[in-house]
Design a protein around this ligand. Structure first.
Ligand SMILES: C[S@@+](CC[C@H](N)C(=O)[O-])C[C@H]1O[C@@H](n2cnc3c(N)ncnc32)[C@H](O)[C@@H]1O
Length: 503
C-alpha cells in the first residue's frame, strides 16, 4: 500500500472507530460514568461498583468498556468472572478532558447533513480550547464529524465522484472539514475539487456504519436499561454492503471451493440445489450460478441437470430483495423463511417443496454469528477447557454471556447442522474479530472497534478465527478445504471460508 493510501486508510478507519466511541461516550457521559473515570483516573475501578452506583446495566456496560479499551483509553483486567476491573490509561486521561463534547452525540447520527452541521457547530462553540493536548482534540473532532463524512462520502460515491451532484453537503463548514481532511481542495475563487481520488476507493466502506446508525443511537438507552428489546439495524443497507464485500475479497476464494464440485464428469452425482442460509440480497447465489454456468462441466448440462437456487432468510426485507433479484436474473429459485440456528426446521420446509438433503449443497456467508444464542445446559458442556476470550457478549435480554457459554453454543450450532451436511457439505464464509490485544495494537489501522461494537450491541457473536476453528473441531465436522482473508498484514484473519462436512 503506498503512503497516500495508508494515510487515507488511517483517516477512514479513525472516523469509523470514532462512531462507536462517540455513541458509547454519550451514554457513559449521561450516566456520570465518564466524570467518575476522570475523577478516579489514578485508581483501579470495579465494574460492579460502577453498575451499582450509576444505575446502568452490567451486560451492556461491559460492552461499552470494551469499546473504550479497544481504543486504548482504558486497561481492563479480567478477573475471570462476568465482572472486571479497569484503569484509565494516559491516552484515556487526555481524552476524558474532552468528554463533554460527546454530549448528545446521537444528534449527529442522522441522515440529514444540514442538522449535522448545526449540531456540530454547537459543539465546537462549546469546546474548551484551554487543553494543551491538540492531538487528542483533533481525534475527538474526527469522531464528531465522522457521521457527516460517512454521508458525504457515500453520496459522492453514488454520484460517481461528481462533487457538484452532491447537493446537500454544500455548507461552508463541510467544505472546510473536507479540506482539512484532505478529501477536497478549494481554489481562491472558491471552486471545490477532489485532488486525489485514492480516498474514493475507501469511500464505499462508509455504507456499513450508516446501516448501523439506528443501533448506535440506541446505545445510551441500552446502557441505562431503558431499552431492552433487541436493537434494530438498517437491514437493506447492511445486506447491500455485504453483497459488495462478497464481490471484493471473498468471491474468488469461495468459487475456488465451489466450482470443483460442479466440474466433475459425474454430472448426475453433483448437487441439484444450492441453499444459501441468510442469503441477503442473493448476490452469492447469483454469482455462484453464473460462475457454474460459465466455468464448469455442469454449465454445459444445465438443460438436463438444472440447478435450483434456494435463499433462506430471517428478515422480510431480505426475503423481498432476494426474490426480486433472482427473478430479475431469470433463475430457477425459491426463497423461504428460516433460522440458521434451526437447520431441522429449514429442512422440514425444504421437504415440503420436495427438496431432499442428498441433493443439497449448503452455503452461507456472514451469518453464523447471527445465530440465535441460547444458554447451553451446563450438563451438556462439550469442554470445560476453553481459553478465556477476554471479550464481552450479551444475550437478547442484555445479560452477559461468558466465553464458556459462547463456545458451547457454537459447538452445539455445528452439531445441529451435522446431520444435514453429510452428502455435499456446506461452504461457510464467516467474519471474525481479533482478540482485544490484537485490536488495540491495530487501533485505527483497521475499523475493528466499530465492527466489534456494532456486532456486540446487536447480539451478533463475532469470535476470533482460532476460537471458531476450535468449536468446529470439537463438533466433529471435518474441514475439507479452508481459506483465510487477512485485512491487515501480519494479523489474524478477519474472514474464513471453509467447506465443512459431516464425517
Ligand atoms: C451480514 S448479512 C449477509 C447477507 C449475505 N449472506 C451476504 O453475505 O451478502 C446477514 C444476513 O443474515 C440474515 N440473518 C440474520 N439472522 C439470521 C438467522 N438467525 N437465520 C438466517 N438468516 C439470518 C440477515 O437478514 C442478513 O440478510
Amino acid at each position: 500500500m503506498d503512503k497516500t493510501m495508508q494515510i487515507v486508510n488511517h483517516r477512514v478507519f479513525a472516523h469509523l472507530n470514532g462512531l462507536a466511541i462517540g455513541s458509547v461516550a454519550q451514554g457513559l457521559l449521561e450516566t456520570g460514568v465518564l466524570d467518575r473515570l476522570f475523577k478516579d483516573h489514578q485508581k483501579k475501578i470495579y465494574l460492579d461498583g460502577l453498575v451499582a452506583n450509576h444505575c446502568i446495566t452490567l451486560g451492556y456496560t461491559r460492552l461499552a468498556m470494551e469499546t473504550l479499551c479497544l481504543a486504548g483509553l482504558l486497561d481492563i483486567q479480567d478477573e475471570g468472572g462476568v465482572s472486571f476491573s479497569m484503569q484509565v490509561t494516559p491516552r484515556g486521561k487526555a481524552w476524558l478532558n474532552h468528554r463533554r463534547l460527546y454530549r448528545q452525540y446521537n444528534e449527529l447520527l442522522t441522515t440529514s447533513l444540514e442538522s449535522n452541521a448545526q449540531a456540530y457547530m454547537c459543539r465546537i462553540s462549546d469546546d474548551d480550547k484551554s487543553t494543551p493536548d491538540d492531538n487528542t482534540l483533533t481525534l475527538v473532532h474526527m469522531h464528531l464529524y465522522a457521521p457527516s463524512i460517512c454521508l458525504i462520502m457515500l453520496r459522492l460515491v453514488e454520484q460517481g465522484g461528481q462533487l457538484d451532484m452532491v447537493k446537500d453537503w454544500n455548507s461552508l463548514i463541510w467544505q472546510d472539514i473536507l479540506r482539512r481532511e484532505g478529501w477536497v481542495s478549494i481554489s481562491n475563487s472558491g471552486k471545490v475539487s477532489i485532488p486525489n481520488k485514492v480516498g474514493l476507493l475507501f469511500a464505499p466502506l462508509y455504507a456499513y456504519p450508516i446501516s448501523y446508525f439506528p443501533l448506535l443511537r440506541q446505545i445510551p438507552d441500552l446502557l441505562t436499561g431503558e431499552k431492552t428489546n433487541t436493537p434494530t439495524i438498517d437491514r437493506e443497507l447492511d445486506i447491500n454492503f455485504s453483497g459488495k464485500v462478497f464481490r471484493g475479497p471473498c468471491r474468488d476464494l469461495f468459487l475456488n471451493q465451489l466450482l470443483p464440485l460442479f466440474n466433475t464428469e459425474d454430472v448426475a452425482g453433483q448437487p441439484n440445489v444450492i441453499v444459501d442460509t441468510g442469503c441477503g440480497d442473493a448476490t452469492v447465489l447469483i454469482e455462484a450460478y453464473q460462475a457454474i454456468r460459465k466455468e464448469t462441466i455442469r454449465g454445459q448440462h444445465l438443460h438436463d441437470y438444472p440447478l435450483l437456487l434456494v435463499g433462506v432468510e430471517y428478515e422480510i426485507a431480505a426475503i423481498n430483495v432476494a426474490k426480486q433479484k433472482l427473478q430479475q436474473e431469470g433463475l430457477r429459485h425459491l426463497v423461504i423463511f428460516g433460522d440458521i440456528s434451526k437447520p431441522a426446521d429449514i429442512h422440514e420446509t425444504l421437504n415440503k417443496y420436495n427438496i431432499h438433503v442428498w441433493d443439497i449443497l449448503h452455503i452461507s456467508k456472514s451469518v453464523v454469528h447471527n445465530r440465535v444464542f441460547t444458554h447451553p445446559n451446563p450438563e451438556n458442556a462439550y469442554s470445560n477447557n476453553i481459553p478465556n476470550l477476554n471479550m464481552s457478549y450479551v444475550d437478547v435480554d442484555g445479560q452477559s454471556v461468558s466465553s464458556h457459554s459462547l463456545f458451547n453454543n457454537l459447538v452445539s450450532f455445528f452439531r445441529l447442522w451435522s446431520p444435514w451436511i453429510s452428502h455435499h457439505g456446506m461452504i461457510v464464509i464467516e467474519s471474525h474479530c481479533w482478540s482485544p490485544m490484537v485490536s488495540q495494537i491495530a487501533n485505527d489501522s483497521y475499523p475493528m472497534n466499530l465492527v466489534k461494537t456494532t456486532h456486540n450491541f446487536s447480539t451478533q457473536y463475532l469470535v476470533p478465527a482460532e476460537f471458531y476453528e476450535g468449536a468446529i473441531a470439537l463438533s466433529g465436522l471435518v474441514t475439507i478445504k479452508t481459506n483465510s482473508i487477512f485485512a491487515a498484514p501480519g494479523l489474524p484473519p478477519t474472514m474464513t471460508i471453509k467447506h465443512l462436512k459431516n464425517r
